[in-house]
Design a protein around this ligand. Sequence first.
Ligand SMILES: [Zn+2]
Length: 276
Amino acid sequence: MDDSHNKTALNDKTATQRQLERLEGTSRHIATTVIDFIFPPLCLNCQTELDAPNHLCSPCWQDITFLVEPLCHVKGTPLPYDINPFNNDQLTISADALANPPIYDQARSIAHYDGTMRALIHKFKYQDRHELTSLFATWLMHFGRTQLSRADLLIPVPLYKWRFWQRRFNQSAEIAKRLSTLSGIPYDVEPLIRTKKTRAQVGLSFKERQNNVRNAFYIPPSKVKAIENKTVILIDDVITTGATVNAAATKLKDSGVSSVIVLSLATVIKELIETF
Ligand SMILES: [Zn+2]
């Protein structure tokens, strides 16, 4: 077989492939149109009909308070104004982070824990709305991009076993898994084990929360090598006072982790005047 014949065969194959791809694209388009007709895409929060799937309607979207700069460099909480607008080298740290420095090195969240965000997290946690995993992981990729760029490992904050079975899935692990796929950073659910059944944190004072989560985590000795000298990202759903992630960060650092960064879906934000 000569060279020109080979080239023609190659071109024919490519043309056939192109035709198949076009057909595949057309049938996929028809299938999507039919599915959209039978099951129109709905707002992930309020179920209003939308043009595209896996989105929020405009009012629900506007009801989310995303956490954007100026933020406290350490806790990621919003600041009322940028105190260093002309000095980008100087890190802006809130009065709260200076007075109560956390054990973890840095925290970032997608949004305030209120409005639509609160409703979405509720649906995700208690109504098993797994389709939200993708949306949350994509948002974390954006809001935690600087932190993810220097991370070695993603670790979800574990639930106590009993609670795990009650809820059937650990939402933080679901998100860590998806975030790992998107970012290429490995994730591991094994280094951190929840040893204590803690009370729900809602309604407890700061001191009560600290006692509640004291010794709540355990790191198996066999896992220490895998986390030593690593920059670890802890994935959690909601940060209230930070007592849980601080307890987890304490254990991780005691076992040789060099840096602990927390990425969460939402943070309970007190009044700005208290933050700064
Ligand atoms: Zn909506």
